[in-house]
Design a protein around this ligand. Sequence first.
Ligand code: IPD
Ligand code: CA
Ligand code: CA
Length: 259
Amino acid sequence: MTQPQWETIYKIAQQWTKEAGEQIRTMMGDTYEIHTKANQHDLVTDVDRHTELFFKEKINEHFPDHRIMGEEGLGDEVKDLDGTVWIIDPIDGTVNFVHQQCYFAISIGIFHEGVGFIGIVYDVMADEMFMALKGHGAFLNNEELPKLPNVSMNESLLSFNAGWVLKDRRLENLVKESRGIRSYGAASLELAYVACGRIEAYISFNLAPWDMAGGYVLLNEVGGVMTNYEGNELSFLDKDTLLAANPSIYDDITKRIHG
Ligand code: IPD
Ligand code: CA
Ligand code: CA
């Protein structure tokens, strides 16, 4: 695909995301249904499904040869990243959406032949759109994000769920040696926060491709590092663990957790 087409897709994806965000803000004022999925931590609402359907209809109409991997399963059954694939989480942070009415995002990663070209993470309530087109830098609304600066562990804020410390006690080293731990409850936003320097690293033990795809493209554009917890490449086809970091503390983190 030639460059102008990517710029067109980038602009259109931003427009659709803004539109979807407006619809979400409107639907929040009405009654909507809430269901649990795998367990009490895993919620889905009518608004998640409505939003995924909105993107599916737009993509099918404008880009009929593109495929869709969406959390709510309204897109295609995607088993490889051949061609162009939109990896969509219509609401990332549904628990926050339901309980707090803030700190949730629409996350989109557009991959072509396995390479991440476009990343969009839109914090719907803060109206903050983090976006990137491969080779063209990452932006927060109209501001270009600088390359990530050098930082040290003791001046870094890290983010992970408290529950992960119970799974791997070595994370206690990070609690002791960093400036502090945060936990926002929306993986895509936490990746966007690493990309813009609000935090220096994000760790998770259980994420799906749609939680990570948008943030991955953002991080690539600012020089961030993103692997699974063991340091291996992510496939964006299966669930995996995650370690995303400012490059200057990535090795420090792996030393403290893997020795
Ligand atoms: C969840 C959020 C959460 C992360 C979970 C995800 P959802 O996504 O990103 O922060 O810890 O692993 O499943 O279900 O709200 O889209
Ligand atoms: Ca998610
Ligand atoms: Ca979701």
